[in-house]
Design a binder for this molecule. Sequence first.
Ligand code: HEM
Length: 356
Amino acid sequence: MDLTYSTYLHLDRLLALQEPRSRPPEHDEMLFIVVHQAYELWFKQILHELDSVRAPFRQDSVDERSIGTAVARLQRVVAIQKLLIDQLRVLETMTPLDFLDFRDFLVPASGFQSLQFRLIENKLGLRPDTGGQADPAAPEGRLTPAARDAFQASRKEPSLFALVEKWLERTPFLESPGYQFWESYESAVDAMLASDRRTIETNPTLSPTERAVQLAELELTEKGFAAVLDEATHERLRTEGRRRLSFRATQAALLIHLYRDQPILHLPFLFLTTLVDIDEHLATWRYRHALMVHRMIGAKIGTGGSSGHHYLLGTVERNKIFTDLYNLSTFLISRSALPTLPPEVERRLGFYYPRE
Ligand code: HEM
């Protein structure tokens, strides 16, 4: 048989897969099914991208070219996520009353049971102790036995978070002969905080109360910096679950952010930024979905048995994956306060073309 548009895409099978269950048939159930199926197709594409991005990071050293490809593919994931957030608007053309007309026909099925959604979370690196644990109906328990096996297997693979952490730990630029990034960063932070203190103490326009308030705020900033500068404090925060990224990986991520104008660090910077983009779009989808659910079913429990809107809202903050990368902004210092790199280090971070 000749290859045609239809046979290449298996449209006969694909278009036979929409089977509304309502009797008599309710008009909007078709929309509900098509939207969910479209989501699952896009989830499939996201998993395809995430698997390909993780592959080179499993090696001991990552070829620089793989970072460029990783950035391009992760930016594709972000483009898909934007589409997925927007797709909720199509579903919202269905009114809550229209939904009620067929909701009972799909109980106890629920988005809770979307294996691909859980795989995306796991492959990105959702902490095992966050996914739905605050709710009695933890998502894993809602999966079929076969899906649960795939879910467990995905937890055993190194997640993108874990692979990125290892890659950051291997960053070669943290120390060179005669240069320690951390020492130079620490002295720049000390100088910046001392200058802030002087400004507050000598500012003639401040009343004693205003000065005291500003000094108290500065002390909080100093404590914040102490937490990133001191390894023991960092490790304590990690055991308390308030930090996740290792100390060395955090140092490397900071170096990349602070010196991102150096040619060799630009792509790694873009890579880390795209990871935050993905996390932010996932959180945005969670929030938009929670709002839609509130509007659609009010305070009712979900068909999967969770508290519904309330449970979903809780996942927005709790299920962020790259929180440590967001938090890096706390520890940035302005370009003007940044120590200049020794010429030898700057040479290592640049691209140089031999002249004829
Ligand atoms: C009328 C539209 C929708 C309603 C009323 C709705 C309702 C809910 C509710 C109440 C939950 C919490 C679990 C439960 O108790 O069932 C949930 C979870 C979920 N829904 Fe929806 N949903 C809708 C549309 C969608 C769409 C279009 C998708 C796209 C795939 C989706 C994907 C999910 C996912 C992945 C979860 C699990 C979230 C998590 O545990 O973090 N839902 N949904």
